[in-house]
Structures are given as structure tokens and as C-alpha cells.
Design a protein around this ligand. Structure first.
Ligand SMILES: NC(=O)c1ccc[n+]([C@@H]2O[C@H](COP(=O)([O-])OP(=O)(O)OC[C@H]3O[C@@H](n4cnc5c(N)ncnc54)[C@H](O)[C@@H]3O)[C@@H](O)[C@H]2O)c1
Length: 338
């Protein structure tokens, strides 16, 4: 394939990143957008000079697309993915999580296999240079993993102001899947069991019926144990929209990574600690580890090479998040389905 024609579904916060990246990619020849919200659709049309649609069906009927890029809210990836595959689209880029139920994830995998569709899931932490340095070091020598800790938290504006669908997601679906996937990526091993707890209160008191925080202990097939903590109620005064940590202990190595990348910025309005490695849109071609998965999606299609995070990785993360929810409710240790 010479150049790729792509339809982006959802022009919210993340869909705009997709649009920005595709419209500045020389390997993409046509970008269109589908957005239910008329104002957002119009803004995307104007900003990127592209054609907009109000339904996935009309976009698929009227355009000759090679790929569909899904940036709808967490619970609405499924319908678009199924519609696109049934229409004959052969490449999908799906924002994490793949879907918010196990049944939907299995249906996506099954249809993708039947119709020979290749799906990439946006687990951008696989592109973070710090984690890749850790992965390389873990692979070299004879380190045996003992334990790991990972946290990824958001400020409370995210579920209360940025998203109007937080009640249909959770810290595990929105944040946790990044961690579960990274742990699989770093260790090259699978989760065997999970035990988890969750707290509700802060968001529920504001009419948003979901967990404030979820904590999980994962046991892995390589014998290591991991603690994963995700909350989305951090005070808005935190100088970044999210925070995170990764700590790993092996029998002869120790790793520690903070999402704080050493840069502090103070203006008369605010203090911030920007992650300058994540997304940069100031240059002609955007760059950063949050951008690369989307650029690689196009490159992998053209070169017919493997996606770094595929539909099976999406399914595994969904299995883990699903088991974590089950454990929170039942208070039992859940063994993961093979
Ligand atoms: N990779 C990451 O690190 C990362 C970070 C943030 C968000 N995300 C994911 O990106 C997705 C979108 O998040 P967001 O923050 O942009 O949310 P958002 O609410 O800002 O945007 C979602 C948009 O999808 C539109 N939409 C929903 N269903 C649609 C449909 N059937 N057809 C067309 N448009 C539809 C909504 O109108 C809305 O504008 C979520 O799944 C989220 O988890 C990923």
C-alpha cells in the first residue's frame, strides 16, 4: 500500500490528537472525521480542513477508507469496531481499553480473525523511552523479577469535567489498563490471579457512580507479584493532569521511574511539571511517545509489519481489568481465563 486513507471516529480530546497526527503524516492521503456532537464535528472540519460525518455508517458508505481510528468514549469502542469490520475495513486503531466488557472484547477478536482485520490498541507506554530502557536492562543478564509496583493517577477534573462518561468507566478501565499492559510488556509474562479493592465516595457524592480508586495485586506466570494503584481524584492543584510511578525489584536489580521528568515550570498563573517526552505538536511533524503509536500504525500498515500492541494485548488488558472489577465486588482472588 502506498498511502493510507483514514476515518477518525470521535473528535474529543484524544480524537483531536489522532486528527492532528494523521493530517501531518505524509503517508496518509485522506483523513475524514465522524463525530456525533455537531459543534465538535464542525470544529474538526474547520481546524483540519477535512470532511466530517455524523454517523459511522454514512462515513463508511461515502468514503473509500483503508483504516478506521477509534477515539470514542471507553464504552463505545465496540459498536464502531464491529461496524467498520463488517463494512470491510482491514485496519483498526482503537484507543485503550479495547472494550469495557470481556464479551465485547471476545467478539472483536473473533470478527477480526474471521475477516482478517489487523487491530492496534493504543498502549502508548510501550513507546516510553524510560520503560524501554528498563525492558532492555531486564532482558540483559540473569535478573529474576521479584516484585513490581505501578501507580497511575489522574486529577479529579478528568472524571468530573473532561469526560462526561466517567460513570461508564473506572480507574481500572481508564488508567489501569495502561499499567496491566505495561507489566505484560516489561515482564513478557501473563497475569495468573488478581485480588483487588476499590473505594467509592468522592465521585459518587458528585453523582458520578464509579470508583475513586482501585488497588490490585497481580500474580504473574514468571513468579513475580505486582501492586497496581489507580485513582482519579487527585486535587486539581497537582502540577500535571496525572501522576505515576514504577518500581521493580529483581534478585539483582532495582528500577525506579517517576512520571515527573525533571522539568519544573513556573509562570504567574501556575506551576507545572510537563512531560516533554509525551506529545509535542509545535514542530511540523508531531513527536513524542504518545504520538508514535499512531504514526507507527500508519507505518506498520504501509510496511505490512506487526503492531507493537495488537488486539490480543487489548484482550489481555480487558481480562485483567474485568477480573479486578470482579474481585472488588466478590472480595475473592480471581484466576484469569486462559
Ligand atoms: N491513550 C491514552 O493515553 C488515552 C488518554 C486519554 C483518553 N484515551 C481514550 O480515548 C478515548 C476518547 O477519550 P477522550 O478523552 O477523547 O473522550 P471525549 O469524551 O473527549 O471524546 C469522545 C468523543 O467521542 C464522541 N463519540 C462517542 N460515540 C461516538 C460515535 N458512535 N460516533 C462518533 N463520535 C462518537 C463523543 O461525542 C466525544 O466527542 C477513550 O477511550 C479514552 O480512554 C486514551
Amino acid at each position: 500500500m502506498k498511502k493510507v486513507s483514514i476515518g477518525v471516529v470521535g473528535a474529543g480530546i484524544y480524537g483531536n490528537y489522532h486528527l492532528n497526527i494523521y493530517t501531518s503524516d505524509k503517508n496518509v492521503e485522506n483523513v475524514v472525521v465522524c463525530e456525533l456532537n455537531e459543534r465538535r464535528k464542525q470544529q474538526a472540519e474547520d481546524k483540519y480542513g477535512i470532511k466530517g460525518y455524523s454517523s459511522v455508517d454514512s462515513m463508511l458508505q461515502n468514503e473509500q477508507l483503508d483504516a478506521v481510528s477509534i477515539a470514542t468514549s471507553d464504552p463505545y469502542h465496540f459498536d464502531t469496531a464491529m461496524d467498520a469490520m463488517n463494512h470491510g475495513i482491514k485496519y483498526l486503531f482503537i484507543e485503550k481499553p479495547l472494550a469495557t466488557t470481556l464479551d465485547e472484547s471476545y467478539q472483536i477478536v473473533q470478527l477480526a480473525e474471521e475477516k482478517n482485520v489487523r487491530i492496534c490498541v493504543d498502549f502508548h507506554k510501550r513507546w516510553d523511552p524510560a520503560y524501554n530502557a528498563i525492558k532492555k536492562e531486564l532482558k540483559s543478564g540473569d535478573a529474576n523479577l521479584i516484585r513490581g509496583y505501578m501507580s497511575l493517577d489522574d486529577i479529579i477534573d478528568v472524571p468530573t469535567k473532561w469526560l462526561n462518561w466517567a460513570d461508564k468507566s473506572s480507574p481500572a478501565w481508564f488508567l489501569g489498563v495502561h499499567c496491566y499492559d505495561l507489566i505484560r510488556y516489561l515482564t513478557g509474562s501473563e497475569v495468573e490471579t488478581v485480588y483487588a479493592t476499590g473505594n467509592k465516595g468522592v465521585l459518587a457524592n458528585q453523582g458520578i457512580d464509579t470508583y475513586d480508586s482501585m488497588q490490585a495485586i497481580l500474580t504473574m506466570t514468571d513468579g513475580s507479584n505486582w501492586t497496581v494503584e489507580n485513582a482519579w481524584v487527585l486535587p486539581n492543584t497537582f502540577p500535571k493532569s496525572n501522576d505515576g510511578q514504577l518500581v521493580i525489584v529483581t534478585d539483582n536489580k532495582y528500577f525506579k521511574n517517576e512520571s515527573y521528568r525533571g522539568l519544573e515550570q513556573y509562570t504567574s498563573e501556575k506551576a507545572s511539571i510537563p512531560n516533554y517526552l509525551f506529545m509535542n505538536f509545535d514542530e511540523e511533524v508531531p513527536w513524542g511517545f504518545g504520538i508514535e503509536p499512531i504514526q507507527d500504525f500508519v507505518r506498520n500498515i504501509i510496511e505490512n509489519t506487526d503492531f507493537r500492541a495488537n488486539v490480543y494485548d487489548g484482550l489481555q488488558a480487558t481480562k485483567i481489568a474485568n477480573a479486578i472489577h470482579e474481585s472488588v465486588i466478590t472480595k475473592k482472588i480471581i484466576k484469569l481465563e486462559k
